[in-house]
Design a protein around this ligand. Structure first.
Ligand code: PBG
Ligand code: ZN
Length: 322
Protein backbone atom coordinates (compact mmCIF):
# COMPACT_ATOMS: atom_id res chain seq x y z
CA UNK A 1 0.00 0.00 0.00
CA UNK A 2 1.11 3.54 -0.69
CA UNK A 3 1.36 5.24 2.67
CA UNK A 4 1.59 9.02 2.45
CA UNK A 5 2.11 9.10 6.20
CA UNK A 6 5.60 7.54 5.90
CA UNK A 7 7.12 10.94 5.08
CA UNK A 8 5.29 12.60 7.95
CA UNK A 9 6.55 10.32 10.68
CA UNK A 10 9.22 12.59 12.13
CA UNK A 11 10.14 16.25 12.19
CA UNK A 12 13.45 15.92 10.36
CA UNK A 13 11.77 14.20 7.48
CA UNK A 14 8.91 16.68 7.42
CA UNK A 15 11.40 19.54 7.30
CA UNK A 16 13.25 17.81 4.51
CA UNK A 17 10.24 17.37 2.26
CA UNK A 18 8.69 20.76 2.99
CA UNK A 19 8.00 22.44 -0.35
CA UNK A 20 7.63 26.09 0.66
CA UNK A 21 9.14 28.40 3.23
CA UNK A 22 8.51 31.84 4.62
CA UNK A 23 11.84 33.67 4.73
CA UNK A 24 12.63 36.96 6.42
CA UNK A 25 14.46 38.24 3.34
CA UNK A 26 11.29 37.95 1.27
CA UNK A 27 9.17 40.01 3.62
CA UNK A 28 8.30 43.65 3.01
CA UNK A 29 7.18 45.71 5.99
CA UNK A 30 4.75 48.59 5.31
CA UNK A 31 5.26 51.78 7.35
CA UNK A 32 3.07 54.85 7.78
CA UNK A 33 5.00 58.08 8.08
CA UNK A 34 3.15 61.15 9.19
CA UNK A 35 3.94 64.85 9.12
CA UNK A 36 4.43 66.39 12.58
CA UNK A 37 6.52 65.83 15.69
CA UNK A 38 6.72 63.25 18.41
CA UNK A 39 3.95 61.16 16.91
CA UNK A 40 3.75 57.44 17.45
CA UNK A 41 0.02 56.96 17.03
CA UNK A 42 -1.42 53.45 17.18
CA UNK A 43 -3.86 52.60 14.40
CA UNK A 44 -6.89 51.31 16.26
CA UNK A 45 -8.02 48.83 13.64
CA UNK A 46 -4.47 47.50 13.18
CA UNK A 47 -3.14 46.46 16.59
CA UNK A 48 0.65 46.72 16.70
CA UNK A 49 0.82 49.22 13.83
CA UNK A 50 1.47 52.93 14.34
CA UNK A 51 1.90 56.11 12.37
CA UNK A 52 5.33 57.60 12.99
CA UNK A 53 6.55 61.14 12.63
CA UNK A 54 10.09 61.38 11.29
CA UNK A 55 11.63 62.02 14.70
CA UNK A 56 10.04 58.82 16.07
CA UNK A 57 10.62 56.68 12.98
CA UNK A 58 14.15 55.58 13.94
CA UNK A 59 12.78 53.61 16.91
CA UNK A 60 10.68 51.48 14.63
CA UNK A 61 13.46 51.18 12.07
CA UNK A 62 15.72 49.88 14.81
CA UNK A 63 13.13 47.26 15.81
CA UNK A 64 12.64 46.25 12.19
CA UNK A 65 16.34 45.96 11.45
CA UNK A 66 16.87 43.99 14.64
CA UNK A 67 14.10 41.57 13.72
CA UNK A 68 15.80 40.94 10.38
CA UNK A 69 13.54 43.02 8.13
CA UNK A 70 15.40 44.15 5.04
CA UNK A 71 12.71 45.90 2.99
CA UNK A 72 10.18 48.62 3.76
CA UNK A 73 7.17 49.93 1.89
CA UNK A 74 6.46 53.57 2.73
CA UNK A 75 3.14 55.38 2.86
CA UNK A 76 3.00 59.09 3.63
CA UNK A 77 0.41 61.11 5.50
CA UNK A 78 0.84 64.82 4.74
CA UNK A 79 -0.19 67.74 6.95
CA UNK A 80 -2.19 69.33 4.14
CA UNK A 81 -4.23 67.86 1.36
CA UNK A 82 -5.39 69.60 -1.79
CA UNK A 83 -7.31 68.88 -4.98
CA UNK A 84 -4.22 67.87 -6.92
CA UNK A 85 -2.31 65.96 -4.23
CA UNK A 86 0.71 68.31 -4.28
CA UNK A 87 2.21 66.66 -1.21
CA UNK A 88 2.79 63.50 -3.23
CA UNK A 89 5.35 65.09 -5.57
CA UNK A 90 6.86 67.79 -3.36
CA UNK A 91 10.67 67.30 -3.00
CA UNK A 92 10.26 68.22 0.61
CA UNK A 93 7.14 66.16 1.19
CA UNK A 94 6.86 63.53 3.85
CA UNK A 95 8.03 60.61 1.70
CA UNK A 96 11.20 62.16 0.23
CA UNK A 97 12.17 63.28 3.72
CA UNK A 98 11.47 59.84 5.18
CA UNK A 99 13.48 58.18 2.43
CA UNK A 100 16.46 60.46 3.00
CA UNK A 101 16.34 59.82 6.73
CA UNK A 102 16.16 56.04 6.34
CA UNK A 103 18.93 55.97 3.77
CA UNK A 104 21.16 58.09 6.00
CA UNK A 105 20.86 55.74 8.95
CA UNK A 106 20.12 52.38 7.35
CA UNK A 107 21.89 52.34 4.01
CA UNK A 108 21.22 48.66 3.50
CA UNK A 109 17.49 48.80 4.11
CA UNK A 110 15.62 48.43 0.81
CA UNK A 111 13.18 51.31 0.56
CA UNK A 112 10.10 50.92 -1.60
CA UNK A 113 8.02 54.08 -2.03
CA UNK A 114 4.32 53.64 -2.69
CA UNK A 115 3.24 56.01 -5.47
CA UNK A 116 -0.33 57.27 -5.33
CA UNK A 117 -2.30 60.44 -4.79
CA UNK A 118 -5.09 59.29 -2.44
CA UNK A 119 -3.26 60.11 0.81
CA UNK A 120 -2.58 63.61 -0.54
CA UNK A 121 -5.83 64.60 -2.24
CA UNK A 122 -8.65 66.40 -0.43
CA UNK A 123 -11.18 64.12 -2.20
CA UNK A 124 -9.23 60.97 -1.34
CA UNK A 125 -9.15 59.53 -4.85
CA UNK A 126 -6.06 58.06 -6.45
CA UNK A 127 -6.27 60.37 -9.46
CA UNK A 128 -7.32 63.89 -10.36
CA UNK A 129 -11.05 64.54 -10.23
CA UNK A 130 -13.19 66.68 -12.54
CA UNK A 131 -16.98 66.81 -12.27
CA UNK A 132 -16.97 63.71 -10.12
CA UNK A 133 -14.95 61.73 -12.63
CA UNK A 134 -11.50 60.28 -11.89
CA UNK A 135 -9.26 61.39 -14.73
CA UNK A 136 -6.75 58.97 -16.15
CA UNK A 137 -4.34 60.68 -18.55
CA UNK A 138 -4.19 63.95 -16.61
CA UNK A 139 -3.09 62.00 -13.54
CA UNK A 140 -0.15 60.25 -15.20
CA UNK A 141 2.35 63.17 -15.18
CA UNK A 142 1.73 63.67 -11.46
CA UNK A 143 2.39 60.02 -10.67
CA UNK A 144 5.51 60.12 -12.84
CA UNK A 145 6.66 63.26 -11.02
CA UNK A 146 6.12 61.60 -7.62
CA UNK A 147 8.08 58.52 -8.67
CA UNK A 148 11.00 60.64 -9.91
CA UNK A 149 11.00 62.69 -6.70
CA UNK A 150 11.12 59.52 -4.57
CA UNK A 151 13.90 58.05 -6.68
CA UNK A 152 15.86 61.30 -6.35
CA UNK A 153 15.47 61.09 -2.59
CA UNK A 154 17.04 57.63 -2.69
CA UNK A 155 14.13 55.18 -2.94
CA UNK A 156 15.32 51.83 -4.28
CA UNK A 157 12.00 50.91 -5.87
CA UNK A 158 8.80 52.78 -6.71
CA UNK A 159 5.43 51.06 -6.41
CA UNK A 160 2.45 52.68 -8.15
CA UNK A 161 -0.83 51.66 -6.48
CA UNK A 162 -3.23 54.03 -8.25
CA UNK A 163 -4.50 51.70 -11.02
CA UNK A 164 -4.55 54.39 -13.73
CA UNK A 165 -3.92 52.95 -17.19
CA UNK A 166 -0.52 53.72 -18.64
CA UNK A 167 1.09 54.78 -15.38
CA UNK A 168 3.88 52.22 -15.52
CA UNK A 169 5.02 53.56 -18.88
CA UNK A 170 4.74 57.18 -17.72
CA UNK A 171 6.76 56.41 -14.59
CA UNK A 172 9.38 54.36 -16.45
CA UNK A 173 9.90 57.21 -18.91
CA UNK A 174 10.23 59.82 -16.18
CA UNK A 175 12.70 57.68 -14.23
CA UNK A 176 14.81 57.03 -17.31
CA UNK A 177 14.74 60.66 -18.38
CA UNK A 178 16.03 61.74 -14.98
CA UNK A 179 18.79 59.15 -14.89
CA UNK A 180 17.14 56.57 -12.63
CA UNK A 181 17.40 53.79 -15.15
CA UNK A 182 18.23 51.26 -12.43
CA UNK A 183 15.24 51.97 -10.22
CA UNK A 184 12.69 49.16 -10.67
CA UNK A 185 8.95 49.72 -10.94
CA UNK A 186 6.96 47.38 -8.72
CA UNK A 187 3.46 47.60 -10.08
CA UNK A 188 0.26 46.93 -8.20
CA UNK A 189 -0.97 45.33 -11.39
CA UNK A 190 -3.79 43.21 -10.02
CA UNK A 191 -5.36 45.40 -7.41
CA UNK A 192 -8.98 44.71 -6.59
CA UNK A 193 -11.64 47.12 -5.32
CA UNK A 194 -11.66 45.44 -1.94
CA UNK A 195 -13.39 46.00 1.39
CA UNK A 196 -10.23 44.61 2.98
CA UNK A 197 -8.54 48.02 2.64
CA UNK A 198 -10.72 49.56 5.36
CA UNK A 199 -8.16 49.65 8.19
CA UNK A 200 -5.49 51.00 5.82
CA UNK A 201 -7.73 53.92 4.97
CA UNK A 202 -7.99 54.72 8.69
CA UNK A 203 -4.23 54.50 8.98
CA UNK A 204 -3.43 56.54 5.88
CA UNK A 205 -6.40 58.93 6.08
CA UNK A 206 -7.14 58.02 2.48
CA UNK A 207 -10.79 56.99 2.27
CA UNK A 208 -12.46 58.45 -0.84
CA UNK A 209 -14.57 61.48 0.06
CA UNK A 210 -17.27 60.51 -2.44
CA UNK A 211 -18.09 57.37 -4.38
CA UNK A 212 -15.71 54.42 -4.46
CA UNK A 213 -12.69 53.17 -6.40
CA UNK A 214 -14.56 50.81 -8.71
CA UNK A 215 -13.81 52.78 -11.89
CA UNK A 216 -10.10 52.12 -11.47
CA UNK A 217 -9.59 49.14 -9.14
CA UNK A 218 -10.63 45.71 -10.38
CA UNK A 219 -13.90 43.85 -9.84
CA UNK A 220 -13.28 41.07 -7.26
CA UNK A 221 -15.14 38.66 -9.55
CA UNK A 222 -12.54 38.91 -12.34
CA UNK A 223 -9.52 36.62 -12.39
CA UNK A 224 -8.78 36.50 -16.10
CA UNK A 225 -8.81 40.29 -16.30
CA UNK A 226 -5.99 40.33 -13.74
CA UNK A 227 -3.81 38.55 -16.28
CA UNK A 228 -4.48 41.28 -18.82
CA UNK A 229 -3.54 43.92 -16.25
CA UNK A 230 -0.27 42.13 -15.57
CA UNK A 231 0.46 41.62 -19.25
CA UNK A 232 -0.07 45.30 -19.92
CA UNK A 233 2.10 46.45 -17.00
CA UNK A 234 4.92 44.13 -18.05
CA UNK A 235 4.73 45.48 -21.56
CA UNK A 236 4.98 48.99 -20.14
CA UNK A 237 8.13 48.03 -18.27
CA UNK A 238 7.12 46.79 -14.82
CA UNK A 239 9.91 44.82 -13.13
CA UNK A 240 7.89 43.34 -10.29
CA UNK A 241 4.18 42.64 -9.88
CA UNK A 242 1.93 42.94 -6.85
CA UNK A 243 -1.32 41.04 -6.39
CA UNK A 244 -3.65 42.50 -3.80
CA UNK A 245 -5.36 41.53 -1.53
CA UNK A 246 -3.84 38.10 -0.96
CA UNK A 247 -6.03 35.69 0.93
CA UNK A 248 -9.25 35.91 -1.06
CA UNK A 249 -7.18 36.05 -4.28
CA UNK A 250 -4.84 33.07 -4.00
CA UNK A 251 -6.01 31.89 -7.42
CA UNK A 252 -4.91 35.20 -8.92
CA UNK A 253 -1.45 34.84 -7.36
CA UNK A 254 -1.28 31.30 -8.71
CA UNK A 255 -2.39 32.27 -12.21
CA UNK A 256 -0.02 35.23 -12.48
CA UNK A 257 2.98 33.26 -11.30
CA UNK A 258 2.17 30.37 -13.63
CA UNK A 259 1.59 32.61 -16.64
CA UNK A 260 4.40 35.16 -16.34
CA UNK A 261 8.08 34.87 -15.65
CA UNK A 262 8.25 37.73 -13.18
CA UNK A 263 8.56 37.84 -9.39
CA UNK A 264 5.15 38.32 -7.78
CA UNK A 265 4.55 39.96 -4.42
CA UNK A 266 1.42 39.09 -2.48
CA UNK A 267 0.05 42.00 -0.46
CA UNK A 268 -1.43 40.66 2.79
CA UNK A 269 -3.58 43.75 3.31
CA UNK A 270 -4.80 45.65 6.35
CA UNK A 271 -8.21 43.96 6.64
CA UNK A 272 -6.61 40.52 6.53
CA UNK A 273 -4.25 41.62 9.28
CA UNK A 274 -7.07 43.12 11.35
CA UNK A 275 -9.16 39.92 11.19
CA UNK A 276 -6.31 37.77 12.42
CA UNK A 277 -5.41 40.23 15.18
CA UNK A 278 -9.01 40.49 16.35
CA UNK A 279 -9.54 36.73 16.50
CA UNK A 280 -6.20 36.26 18.24
CA UNK A 281 -6.99 38.95 20.81
CA UNK A 282 -10.15 37.03 21.65
CA UNK A 283 -8.17 33.86 22.10
CA UNK A 284 -10.08 32.22 19.24
CA UNK A 285 -7.07 31.32 17.12
CA UNK A 286 -3.37 30.72 17.63
CA UNK A 287 -2.00 33.90 16.03
CA UNK A 288 1.47 32.67 15.22
CA UNK A 289 0.27 29.44 13.61
CA UNK A 290 -2.50 31.13 11.66
CA UNK A 291 -0.19 33.85 10.35
CA UNK A 292 2.42 31.34 9.25
CA UNK A 293 -0.23 29.19 7.59
CA UNK A 294 -1.59 32.21 5.69
CA UNK A 295 1.85 33.32 4.55
CA UNK A 296 3.08 29.89 3.49
CA UNK A 297 -0.19 29.59 1.56
CA UNK A 298 0.80 32.69 -0.39
CA UNK A 299 4.19 31.14 -1.12
CA UNK A 300 2.52 27.91 -2.21
CA UNK A 301 0.24 29.91 -4.50
CA UNK A 302 3.35 31.29 -6.19
CA UNK A 303 4.23 34.53 -4.41
CA UNK A 304 7.94 35.29 -4.28
CA UNK A 305 7.69 38.18 -1.83
CA UNK A 306 5.09 39.00 0.80
CA UNK A 307 4.10 42.49 1.88
CA UNK A 308 2.66 42.15 5.36
CA UNK A 309 2.02 44.12 8.55
CA UNK A 310 2.96 40.91 10.39
CA UNK A 311 6.49 41.16 8.96
CA UNK A 312 8.27 42.19 12.11
CA UNK A 313 6.84 39.37 14.20
CA UNK A 314 7.19 36.84 11.42
CA UNK A 315 10.86 37.71 10.93
CA UNK A 316 11.40 37.05 14.63
CA UNK A 317 9.49 33.77 14.55
CA UNK A 318 11.34 32.54 11.51
CA UNK A 319 14.61 33.30 13.19
CA UNK A 320 13.62 31.46 16.36
CA UNK A 321 12.91 28.39 14.29
CA UNK A 322 16.43 28.33 12.86
C1 PBG B 1 -3.90 53.39 -1.95
C2 PBG B 1 -3.56 52.10 -1.31
C3 PBG B 1 -4.44 51.28 -0.61
C4 PBG B 1 -3.68 50.25 -0.10
C5 PBG B 1 -2.36 50.44 -0.51
N1 PBG B 1 -2.31 51.61 -1.27
C6 PBG B 1 -5.87 51.39 -0.29
C7 PBG B 1 -6.83 51.79 -1.30
O1 PBG B 1 -6.72 51.50 -2.48
O2 PBG B 1 -7.77 52.45 -0.85
C8 PBG B 1 -4.25 49.15 0.76
C9 PBG B 1 -3.31 48.47 1.65
C10 PBG B 1 -3.94 47.74 2.75
O3 PBG B 1 -5.17 47.62 2.90
O4 PBG B 1 -3.15 47.23 3.55
N2 PBG B 1 -3.56 53.52 -3.27
ZN1 ZN C 1 -4.46 55.52 -3.98
Amino acid sequence: MNRMRRLRMNGILRDMVRENHVRAEELIYPLFVIEGENICAPVESMPGICQYSLDRLPEELERAAEAGIRALLLFGIPAHKDEVGSGAYDDNGIIPRAVRLIKERYRDMLVIADVCLCEYTSHGHCGLVRDGEILNDETLPLLARAAAVYAAAGADIVAPSDMMDGRVEAIRRALDREGFTDVPVMSYAAKFASAYYGPFRDAAHSAPGFGDRKTYQMDPANGREALREVEQDLREGADLIIAKPAMAYMDVIRDISAEFNVPVAAYNVSGEYAMVKAAAANGWIDERKVVMENLVGMKRAGAKMIITYHALEVAQWVREEM
